[in-house]
Design a protein around this ligand. Sequence first.
Ligand SMILES: [Zn+2]
Length: 188
Amino acid sequence: MNFDSHVLNLLDVCVRLVNGLTAGASGGVPVEEPRGLGRQAAVVEALSGGGRVTPTVSAPAAEQLAATARRLRVVFEAVDGGQADAAAAEVNALLSDTGARPQLDRREGQGWHLHFHGADDSLALGWSAGCAAALALALGSDLAGRLGVCEATGCDRVYVDRSRNASKRFCSTACQSRTKAAAFRARR
Ligand SMILES: [Zn+2]
């Protein structure tokens, strides 16, 4: 199945929301869930990558998206742990809770594109529904095994493996290098 840029864009947002808003560890350093203004800034950061328009994010919207991020993490961890049924159950619950629905939208001067909307057009529900829909498309396709959690020691950041041979194991080149260096030291 070929994914259009909208779905790949949404999968990128899923990863950024999980990595920017959930507690755990990143690159060997423990991270806490951001709160208050830090949480709003983390949501802005997660949503504005990849050439997307920088949104204005209210405190309640940030809280809602932080809750979505925790649920998205459940999906990545379930897939990574080989628990496909649990991943599908969480995605189905997210689709239902957000009222995710496909809709054809047309931008000025362009053709019609399939987008995903939530039960209303608020920022938080819209992105939550979009993320749920993108994960549903991924789980129902060849991309199912491509959701992962970093294998490096002291890191649990997530990724979508878009490499040709499905070889990605780390969230970043930093984690990959750190793991290789540790293995090298262990061998000596
Ligand atoms: Zn990592």
